[in-house]
Design a protein around this ligand. Structure first.
Ligand code: ADE
Length: 257
């Protein structure tokens, strides 16, 4: 996969040299280049922002440097990249979107700062390539850089060969619309807290059932929105027993009143 990142703070992306992302780059699974937006400024102050039309606080990123950056980074021949613009006004970033992005051959990230990028940059880009505005969550960061680090970590670990044990992708939180059950390792007794006996039983059927029950209860408690999104047919009689007292499934999930 090829990835280009444009930012006024290229130094933010130093962590992408480390750990499994760094290894994916060294192996060629990931070809990543970080570009300084100011490369495409031409005034002595290398200006990237200006005051907003219509008034209001803050500054807006000017369209000219962004237009030239995209012209330079979008191949003239061959397929256009998918442009990703982190912004608190974007669609939520989810594991499903991470999977979608992991299947793309070329991603181009545009990191906005201040009040954001002049909207015409995105409207013009959308004439040439798919554009996705994406939000990490309902809070406001200084800019898109940290969001790109998060998205790159979520996407890179889905690339073939990056994780040693691909099975862990299938079992992890969010893989099946539920949060993962708690995990334990040795020693079996630590500061008076014991590892649940079922996990030490060697009975794989009981262990799987216990994990599913814990997943269901944890999701009901912490992320009722995720459980509410699951169709009632997803739950068998064992699931219903685990969910007893949690308020799930709800009548709106199609169960009899
Ligand atoms: N830029 C500023 N806030 C952001 C957020 N919540 N998600 C993505 N990008 C952002």
């Amino acid at each position: 996969m090829r990835v280009d990142i444009v930012s006024i703070f290229p130094e933010y992306f130093a962590p992408l040299e480390l750990s499994l992302i760094g290894r994916a780059r060294a192996r060629g699974t990931l070809q990543l280049d970080v570009h300084d937006l100011r490369t495409w400024t031409h005034d002595v102050h290398r200006t990237v922002d200006d005051t907003p039309y219509g008034g209001g606080p803050g500054m807006v990123m000017r369209p000219e440097p962004w237009g030239q950056a995209l012209d330079a980074l979008v191949p003239a021949d061959g397929p256009a990249p998918r442009l990703l613009v982190p912004t608190p006004t974007g669609a939520p970033f989810t594991q499903a979107l991470a999977h979608e992005l992991a299947a793309e051959p070329h991603l181009l990230f545009a990191c906005g700062r201040y009040e954001g990028i002049d909207q015409r940059v995105l409207d013009h880009a959308a004439e040439r390539m798919p554009v996705t505005e994406v939000s990490l969550g309902d809070y406001v960061l200084f800019g898109g850089e940290v969001a790109v680090l998060v998205i790159m970590e979520a996407v890179t670990r889905l690339l073939p060969g990056v994780l040693g044990n691909a099975g862990s992708l299938d079992e992890e939180s969010h893989a099946h619309g539920l949060l993962e059950a708690p995990v334990y390792t040795k020693p079996p007794l630590w500061r008076g807290h014991e590892v649940p006996a079922v996990l030490r039983s060697g009975d794989h059927g009981r262990i799987a059932r216990w994990r599913r029950d814990e997943s269901l209860r944890r999701t009901a408690g912490r992320r009722p929105d995720m459980l509410a999104a699951m169709p009632a047919e997803t739950f068998d009689k064992h699931d219903l027993a685990a969910l007893q007292g949690t308020g799930f499934p709800q009548s709106s999930q199609g169960m009899a009143e």
